[in-house]
Design a protein around this ligand. Structure first.
Ligand SMILES: NC(=O)c1ccc[n+]([C@@H]2O[C@H](COP(=O)([O-])OP(=O)(O)OC[C@H]3O[C@@H](n4cnc5c(N)ncnc54)[C@H](OP(=O)(O)O)[C@@H]3O)[C@@H](O)[C@H]2O)c1
Length: 354
């Protein structure tokens, strides 16, 4: 059987991707071979390809962290999974493929009636938001949280999952054009270009930028948790609005790539100033960088449980990405170029034909 894969071949520009077709072996013991139907595209894939994430994969590698497809064959020793079954999986890399072999414990059955593109569109974004909300920050009703990039893929997942918890006050930052999306999910929308989010959270200015005389949504001017994918000094600013006992959950480095220009210092500034420094001067507030793969090592059961829960929420119409655009696998280079300029909604690669 053949597999067609997209390789990131160097880091110079976003379109340095190459399509290659080669033979894929029969699944070895404990593995299943999946005919991939859909693979999610995430901003993090582009950050890996441009080489701005410390410890990220080195070219040549196949990007893509989430996929959905149908089991084509199972290797010796695999039980509970069978050919024809639709499954989803998160992988460190390799999603941009028409066929892959994966260890059986990495795949999670997709509920009846859920199509592959929908499954792939929630697997990474909602999975990581779910873990950060429930396993890391343990957000519950009555708390206040700050979500940056609230109209983006992961940001919107936070908003929807917080609605599902119920009774959580959410502050969400986005650009002016996307504020309505944030409000539709019941969050206080903050225009990150026009306003200082810290002033809105503290209640010194209202959502519309005027002096806040009502402080209607102000409790004590702090939040219980802040979720930050921006990086650099932004981590420190998010940390500054935490209550005592609150937690900064950093999980990305968007600022390390602006207007197509990599900035390798952003990662170091964010880690040192926003995560390490507060630990050296303990004041009751906690900081940490969430990494899906590190959490899996300390909580091996979490991967299967949390991905299954996200797929169940999708099946029950409790969550839904903003919009899903399907693009043929071979068009990925153009998608990366557009991703670097900024796109709204979720892009999913159609991997059914190369
Ligand atoms: N740690 C992990 O395990 C892990 C795994 C997967 C992904 N990630 C990370 O998750 C992050 C988000 O990915 P995504 O796919 O959700 O990206 P996305 O859909 O492109 O969303 C990013 C959003 O950030 C907003 N934004 C940009 N600059 C901002 C600023 N200064 N303040 C507030 N918002 C700002 C943009 O909003 P506007 O469009 O309104 O300007 C955009 O909607 C990436 O950094 C990725 O690397 C981490």
């Amino acid at each position: 059987m053949l597999t067609t894969q997209v390789y990131a071949v160097n880091r110079d520009t976003a379109d340095c991707l190459q399509v290659r077709t080669e033979e894929i072996e029969a699944p070895p013991a404990g593995h299943v071979r999946i005919k991939v139907e859909a693979a999610g595209v995430s901003y993090g894939d582009l950050l890996f390809q441009r080489g701005v994430v410390p410890g990220g994969p080195k070219p040549p590698f196949v990007p893509g962290c989430d996929l959905a497809g149908v089991i084509e064959s199972v290797g010796p020793g695999v039980t509970g999974l069978e050919p024809g079954q639709r499954v989803a999986a998160l992988v460190v890399s390799g999603g941009y493929s028409t066929a892959v072999n994966l260890p059986a414990e990495r795949v999670v059955p997709v509920p009846e009636g859920v199509d592959a593109a929908s499954a792939a569109s929630v697997s990474l974004n909602y999975f990581i938001a779910y873990q950060m909300l429930h396993r890391v920050a343990q957000v519950r009703s009555g708390q206040r949280i700050l979500v940056h990039g609230a109209s983006g893929g992961v940001g919107l997942a936070f908003l929807q999952l917080a609605e599902h918890i119920g009774g959580v006050t959410v502050f969400g930052t986005a650009s002016a054009a996307n504020l309505d999306v944030v409000r539709r999910h019941g969050a206080v929308a903050i225009d990150y270009r026009a306003q200082d989010f810290a002033n809105v959270v503290r209640g010194t200015v209202a959502e519309d930028g005027t002096a806040n005389v009502t402080t209607a949504y102000d409790k004590d001017g702090t939040v219980d948790a802040a979720f930050d994918p921006i990086g650099g000094a932004h981590f420190w600013r998010s940390y500054s609005v935490l209550r005592k006992g609150g937690r900064l959950v950093a999980y990305g480095q968007n600022d390390a790539l602006r207007d197509g220009k990599p900035n390798m210092f952003i990662g170091a500034v964010g880690f040192l100033g926003g995560i390490v420094l507060p630990k050296l001067r303990p004041d009751g507030r906690k900081t940490g960088f969430y990494n899906a793969w590190a959490l899996e090592k300390s909580h091996p059961e979490a991967y299967q449980q949390d991905l299954a829960e996200v797929l169940n929420l999708l099946s029950a119409d409790k969550i839904a990405p903003r919009s899903v655009t399907k693009v043929p696998l071979r068009d990925i280079a153009q998608v990366f170029v557009e991703l670097e300029r900024g796109v709204t909604g979720k892009i999913v690669l159609d991997c059914t034909e190369a």
